[in-house]
Write a protein that binds this ligand. Structure first.
Ligand code: GDP
Length: 522
């Protein structure tokens, strides 16, 4: 089996920090596009997407808005796009469930912004390690120390400066790599980095002083000493555990720090790791093909009404035409025309490896959160909550175990194994699952891990919806009128339990001010 190592990652940032520009440069440096400068006219950020698609057609390379793949140093990089708009969406969350690491782009003039922070929190929930890229050092920015301290304090991470800006804005004289001891200098009228970093024996190398201005030299001397003394030194293990972030200063627009960033992803970022699943985590080395759907996109091709389900491959070697079964519902699907996102190696397009993303055309059978596998005996967990399709009443056989039962149900809901709903009236706790297998898992775990003997009975409900409203009073009134059908989920969010999908529609029509959601972020 020939397999390039994989790095599956996403870029997280606040709008305008430079994610699009950096993405282009990564693809450009990775050889996936040869037109980086032409891809995007200034100020037309979102045009880049459609242009990539055009380039894709012209050159026969795969660059889409959702998954971008490039190869460098014998490594295949899968860059997953996270939606750029400001409202934090489930889509973004789910995409981050499918990556092994992330690059956090920060604007040097602005530091950590709200969206960066939210996305970071999602990464932290899943222990996704982060490399920080402080962008736009070619412009006036904040003092690098204050930026580092902000990252350390706001995100509670150890920071480790890997490179250092020699001045910023008008005084910008380059970026010094503190580990490789090289200087990347701005050149020509455009003040870009032309690709040749100059090596030195260290900051005290007399040759360096001949290149930098005397003021810059003094400053770099002082700052580098403080930077190296005042922060953690780089520890790959601490980074991979999500406790430390290496920080690169650069400019995506002027090409500073981009090659270093790719090298850091290649050298330090984790390859695909075991994914949380029931009944046990799935290691990428396992031979059975497994994966989960983290995104479904409609209308990618105007000629087809198909949807594309994006599956992250978690184990096994996927081959075109293979049959995969969605756990919990549906019959096996033969994946005859998968979309594989490889930039160059066309001949590899018939197979995919753990960490790769496969686009599966379907007519709506596949949904976000679905597990696909050859045997359908596992289910990946930790994805967002979705309206359960099977609801059951939990019947306790020993009433002294009420507390243990509650804890067990809460724990499993948190893990994403099952959902739990506590009706406002009565004590018949309801559990919800997406697939039959989860019911068995639940009962056996109750017994084995929590020593609770319980049974399951049909519930008088068929489905559940999370309800919200602009006006809290509306919500309260609704809940009072429909008290018999109201419950709380594990986190205390109000849920409407319905006897049928028809009832949901009927009620939703009558209460126009209440939103009935079939999914909820966990
Ligand atoms: P996104 O919203 O995060 O995707 O940000 P963009 O990549 O679209 O960049 C926002 C703006 O910042 C654009 O006008 C870019 O040209 C500009 N920009 C991005 N990177 C740099 C940089 O390194 N230096 C400077 N001066 N401008 C940059």
């Amino acid at each position: 089996m020939t397999q390039f190592p994989r790095r599956t990652f996403a870029i997280i940032s606040h709008p305008d920090a430079g994610k699009t520009t950096l993405t282009e440069k990564l693809l450009y440096f990775g050889g996936a596009i040869h037109l980086a400068g032409e891809v995007k006219a200034r100020g037309q950020t979102r045009r880049a997407r459609s242009d990539w698609m055009k380039i894709e057609q012209q050159r026969g390379i795969s660059v889409t808005s959702s998954v971008m793949t490039f190869e460098r140093q014998g490594i295949t990089f899968n860059l997953l796009d996270t939606p750029g708009h400001e409202d934090f969406s489930e889509d973004t969350y789910r995409t981050l469930t499918a990556v092994d690491s992330a690059v956090m782009v920060i604007d040097a003039a602005k530091g950590i912004e709200p969206q960066t922070r939210k996305l970071f929190e999602v990464c932290r929930l899943r222990n996704v390690p982060i490399i920080t890229f402080v962008n736009k050092v070619d412009r006036e920015g904040r003092d690098p120390f204050s930026l580092l301290d902000e990252v350390a304090e706001m995100l509670q991470l150890d920071v480790c400066p890997m490179s250092w800006p020699v001045g910023m804005g008008g005084e910008f004289e380059g970026v010094y790599d503190l580990y490789a001891n090289t200087l990347s200098r701005p050149e020509g009228d455009s003040r870009e980095f032309m690709g040749k970093a100059i090596p030195f024996t260290g900051i005290d190398d007399p040759e360096l002083a001949k290149i930098l201005s005397p003021e810059a030299m003094i400053r770099l001397n002082d700052e580098a000493e403080l930077a190296q003394g005042g922060y953690s030194s780089f520890d790959p293990e601490a980074y991979r555990a999500g406790n430390l972030t290496p920080v690169y200063f650069g400019s995506a627009l002027k090409d500073f720090g981009v090659a270093e960033l790719i090298a850091a992803l290649a050298d330090y970022a984790p390859p695909p790791r075991a994914q949380p699943a029931e009944p046990a985590p799935v290691s990428p080395d396992e031979p059975e093909v497994t994966g989960f759907v983290f995104k479904v996109q409609a209308n990618m091709d105007p000629n087809h009404r198909d949807r594309i389900a994006f599956m992250r491959l978690c184990s096994g070697v996927f081959k075109r035409g293979m049959k995969l079964t969605p756990t919990g519902h549906g019959k096996p699907i033969a994946v005859h025309s998968p979309i594989l996102f490889f930039a160059q190696n066309r001949e590899l397009a018939d197979e995919a490896f753990p960490g790769d993303i496969i686009g599966i055309p379907n007519h709506g059978t596949l949904r976000v959160g679905d597990t696909l596998s050859e045997k359908a005996a596992i289910r990946f967990t930790g994805l967002p909550n979705f309206a359960p399709e099977i609801l059951r009443r939990v019947v306790l056989k020993d009433f002294t175990k009420t507390k243990q039962l509650r804890k067990a149900l809460d724990d499993m809901a948190e893990e994403g194994v099952t959902q739990v709903f506590y009706p406002d009236i009565g004590s018949n706790w309801i559990i919800g699952v997406v697939g039959q297998l989860q019911l068995e898992v639940l009962l056996s775990r109750l017994d084995a891990e929590y020593k609770v003997a319980a049974g399951l009975e049909p519930a008088p409900y068929e489905t559940a919806r999370w309800i919200t409203a602009e006006d809290p009073l509306e919500l309260k009134t609704f809940a009072e009128i429909n008290r018999g059908a109201m419950a709380k989920d594990r986190d205390g969010n109000p849920v409407f339990l319905a006897k049928s999908a028809w009832e949901v529609n009927y009620i939703a029509e009558r209460y126009a001010k209440i939103r009935f959601a079939a999914t909820r972020e966990r």
